[in-house]
Design a protein around this ligand. Structure first.
Ligand SMILES: Cc1ncc(COP(=O)(O)O)c(C=O)c1O
Length: 399
């Protein structure tokens, strides 16, 4: 069969291959990007869906507007306002089928083959793949513990004149890093100065541990005149409530929202009305603050356990920053004392010891760093995390 040439630009990810091995019994997995299903607020979602079926079955089970279920757009605007975003109302956002669809709509509406997109090095793998389908060059900008290096970002903007810059500024996947306030403002200034679209992908911002992270760039935009016109924000309920609902949203300038809505119409007509109505009712019920407090507490404890255990077992063999939120540790094998320095080779050994993680190289759009790895602490309790890190150490040191 002759498939579309655009498929030549993407490949099944190395990560997906690894996931095939995860079905083996007894494996402790730090590989997924999933939230812990034990933390879903099943009771709250049940009550919300029952109320929807009792009160508004006709609209919740019928076709709906491509832009989104009106009640959900209202609730999401309020949710964004509660997080410090000024000047937002229901008409300023559209609901998407997960934030993944928002990213696809960004690609579809903005990127052509002659274009360049800048992303963090490393960044969310599915974004690299989804942008590539539209044909642009995708180039990585180096990061450090404070997120993307804005000095290098400006140089790369000058050299490559990108159509857009994609960032996960708060507890990035896979980096776990948080872009500093100063750098957030600088990125917004660069967007205006070079008239370049900035895409802020923010599925993890609510998952902070000890203290609130820097405000989203969307909520800072009023401090940089003109920047709101160059900013797209993608939000998601996946990591805080449930990924199965597939509820995400996109805030963007009106001209872009209109085109994204048109493309969404051709793609899935609209996000499930039932899921949207349930999410709207859930947000309206006022349960979200407690749900967030709960998941933050659980993930904070797990992150602490993983950090302590990694330090204890690996010492100078592994470099990493303790994440302040999100779901991930991003670590680098130093090769100290002649130890293993390749993430993929280590991942294979780890599987043999019954523990899985994702090697870091596939998260780079270009120039992969093979010594890196991503470990998720989301889905195992602290004891299992410690057991998993012991196995990792065994795989590493007994080779
Ligand atoms: C950075 C980032 N963006 C977007 C997504 C997509 O999430 P969803 O489509 O479930 O909202 C993920 C999921 O892992 C992610 O890590």
């Amino acid at each position: 069969m002759q498939f579309s040439h655009r498929l030549d630009r993407v490949e099944t990810s190395a990560i997906r291959e690894l996931f095939k091995l995860l079905g083996q019994p007894g494996i402790i997995s730090f590989a997924g990007g999933f939230p812990d299903s034990a933390m879903f607020d099943v009771q709250g979602i049940k009550e919300a869906s029952e109320k929807v079926l009792n009160d508004s079955p006709a609209s919740a089970l019928q076709y709906g507007a491509t832009e989104g279920y009106p009640a959900l757009r209202e609730e999401l605007a309020l949710f964004m306002k509660s997080k410090g975003v000024q000047d937002i109302d229901a008409s300023g956002l559209i609901v998407t089928t997960g934030s993944q669809q928002a990213l696809d709509l960004v690609g579809k509406t903005m990127l052509d083959e002659a274009d360049t997109a800048l992303v963090e090095a490393p960044t969310f793998l599915a974004t690299i793949q989804c942008f590539r389908l539209y044909g642009p060059k995708v180039l990585g900008v180096p990061i450090d513990e404070h997120g993307v290096r804005v000095d290098l970002l400006e140089e790369m903007i000058q050299t490559h004149r990108p159509k857009l810059i994609y960032l996960v500024p708060t507890f990035g996947n896979p980096s776990g890093a948080m872009l500093s306030l100063e750098r957030r403002l600088k990125v917004l200034e660069l967007a205006v100065k070079y008239e370049t679209l900035v895409v802020e992908d923010d599925p993890y911002g609510d998952l902070y541990f000890d203290s609130e992270p820097a405000p989203s760039m969307l909520s800072l935009a009023h401090r940089v005149p003109g920047s709101r016109e160059w900013l797209v924000y993608c939000g998601s309920l996946s990591k805080v409530l449930s990924p199965g609902l597939r509820v995400g949203w996109m805030v963007a300038p009106q001209a872009m929202l209109q085109r994204a809505t048109m493309c969404k119409q051709f793609s899935d007509a609209h996000t499930s009305t039932f899921a949207q109505a349930t999410a709207a009712q859930y947000l309206k019920s006022g349960r979200m603050p407690n749900t967030l407090a709960h998941v933050r507490g659980v993930y904070a404890e797990r992150a602490l356990a993983m950090g302590q255990s990694l330090r204890e077992h690996f010492a100078e063999s592994l470099e990493f920053n303790q994440p302040q939120g999100g779901l991930f540790f991003w670590a680098k094998l130093t090769g100290a004392k002649g130890g293993l320095a390749d993430g993929s080779a280590f991942a294979k050994k780890a599987i043999e010891q019954g523990v899985a993680f994702v090697p870091g190289a596939p998260f780079f759009a270009d120039h992969p760093d093979h010594s890196t790895l991503r470990l998720s602490f989301a889905t195992s309790g602290s004891d299992l995390i410690r057991q998993g890190i012991e196995r990792l150490a065994k795989a590493y040191f007994e080779n």
